[in-house]
Each structure stands twice: as structure tokens, then as C-alpha cells.
Design a protein around this ligand. Sequence first.
Ligand code: PLP
Length: 398
Amino acid sequence: MKKFDPATNIQFASALGDKRGVNPAICDSATFTFNKAKEMTDTFHGETEGMFLYSRHWNPSNLALCTALAAMEGTELAWATGSGMAAITCALLHEVKSGDHIVSSMTTYGGTFAFMNNYLKKFNVEVSFVNFQDLDAVKKAIRPNTKVLYTETMNNPLLRIANIPELSKIAHAAGAKLLVDNTFTPMIFSPYRLGADVVIYSMTKFVNGKNDCVAGAICGSAEYINSLIDVNDGTAMLLGPVLDPMRSTSILKNLSTLHIRMKQHGANAMYLAQRFKETGLKYNYPGLPEHPDYELFNSMKNEGYGYGGMISIDMGTADRASAIMEKMQELGVGYLAVSLGYFKTLFSNSGKSTSSEVPEELQREMGMSEGLIRFSVGLDNDIENTFNLIVEAINATK
Ligand SMILES: *Cc1c(COP(=O)(O)O)cnc(C)c1O
């Protein structure tokens, strides 16, 4: 059997445009016409092939992007949303009703945590936040009404790795689904192939990689995606957070360079990790054997895509972290900004930004230091120079 390779799968999933343009045409239409009235009725009921009804449901440009995303993930289908949060909230709401229960990793993206901790209360859905590194704790948190196990493959900002094969077994034994946010590690991990039921992306980050839009995706079986966009009770169809086709066309082109970018992000982050280690800085990178999940990472990864572009250093206090970040920006290391997966290096203090929705008490329980600087390492051609500038910023702020 040929090995599963996300980039090669995308290469062979591409569609030509009208008039044989090498990129699929942008289908700039909200609605679609039919020759026969019966075709419209049949399309409404999902009984036609290759026909489109209305762009909140499907659009040819979105389908071209989603075909490539599904190829990348090894799923049958995918559906593109207007943001990562739209993907997460639709996927979660689709699985639960009032009285149901979710077991979530306590380290998730701040918006995801806020949605589960605050917003889902409106619907009487309870969420238990558990340390997902402790599989026994996950098992113990499961109740008869547990419908979803939720985690990120590589979590934010501690870069711990979730054991997807084991979590999948635990979820399925309990009759629950495993939903996985793979935003930090596209191509590196293929969670669906490892047993997850649904894979979610914020395409705002690495997948698009240009920081020119917010977008998201939900990947899964054809049956699942079709239920999500069912005209009668599909959460995505009824809440309607569909991605605009112009944007999906632009993201599709960027998807074709994702493998090259992931390799470069990973190589640069690995270089920094090794130099941080030599320098004696308190760093965190899952690509070095000191990381507690190094073995797990290796057992789950697709070969050849590296260990990701995320790395963090702990500078002790928030004040120190702020001073260093300001200096790094001044020196041109990159930008003091939230988000990740951009071609330039971005850095932020997680506790004060992307995880600020997580109460400080829980941040400490997660093992987050207030002086943590999280880097999304860019595609820098001279990463040694970048390292020297980081050291300069650290020394200048002592
Ligand atoms: C950014 C991010 C999200 C939210 O995505 P948006 O596109 O900003 O809505 C969700 N999960 C993770 C891991 C993220 O980094």
C-alpha cells in the first residue's frame, strides 16, 4: 500500500476551470438555475449529482476547495466556513441537544473554551474540562449523556499532543464522537486517519497562510457533512456561516503550497529550538526529545512535514515578556500579534491574549506561565539572523 501523503493527495485532487483554465473558475453566484423544474425539486432533496441550488448549501468554488481539503485529510468530504469559530461552533452544536454533555481538553483555543464554558450554558449543555494527557481522567469524566470528546491535536499554547488513536477508542466505546481541531498541524497529522470522527480547521492560520482572511473548515464522512448541510436540520445549513466563493478560490491556491510552507516553518522552528536549548533558555518545542510528547508525536505523524512552526519560551514574568516582544518587533524579528501560520514570525504572550478567556487559575493548572511568549515561526530564509535578533532583544531588556 502506498503511504498516505496529504500533499500528494491534494496534487491529484485538483480540478480544471472553465475553458481549461488551470485554476477552477470562481463561481460568483448565489443561486443556480435549472432547465427543468423537477431538477430543482430533486436537487433540493439531495437527489441529483453535480447540480447546485444555492451557495449557502454548496457552490462550485467551495466544492473545489473542499475536495482538496478532503483529499488532504483522507475524508470523503469537507465544508468551508467563514471562520474557524464557525466551524467549531457548528460542529459542536450539531452533536448536542439540551441535557447532553461534552468532555473537552482544558487546553483549547480561548474562543473554543469561552464557547463551551459560557455560551453552551444557554442550551443546557454541560462541559467537563479535563487534562487530556491523562487518559484515565478522560475516561472518568465520561457520563451516559456524553456525546462529544473535543481536543486540539497540538494544543495552545503548551504544544502538548493529544493521543488521537487512544482518545478515539475511548470516545467510541462510550458511543461519543471525537472532534479534533487540527489548526496547528495540518499535513503533519491526519486525525481522521488516526480515528477522529470530525476534523476542524481555522484556515485563517497555516492552511491559508497569508493572514488576509478568516476562514474555517469541517472535514468528515460524506454522511456527516451531508447531515451538517441538510436543508431541514443541518446546523451549518441553518446557521449559515458559509465561506464566500471568492475567498475559497484564493485559499485553494494557497493550499497547494501548504506542504512547502509547513516544512519551512518546521525547519525554522527546529533551528530556533536547538539554539534556545544551547543558550539555556526555557523553551518548549515538540520536535526535541525533551518534550514529553516527542514519542507520541512520532508515532502519529505523517513523515516529512516536520514538527510544526509553533515554539514558546518562558521569560518568567508578563512584564519581561512584554519588553522582549516590543524589542523583537523593533528589531524586525516579526510582529507582536495574535494568530499564527503567517509567512512572517508572529509572537504574543498567551496568557494575556489568545488564552486570556481561560481563567488565570486554570491557566496555572494547565502549566501556563505568565511570561510565556508563543512564536509562530515564519518562513525566514536566514533563521540564524532571526535567532541572533531574538537574543539581542532578550539581552537588551535584562
Ligand atoms: C484561531 C484558532 C481558532 C479560531 O479560528 P478563527 O478563524 O479565528 O475563527 C480555533 N482554533 C484554533 C486552534 C485557532 O488557533
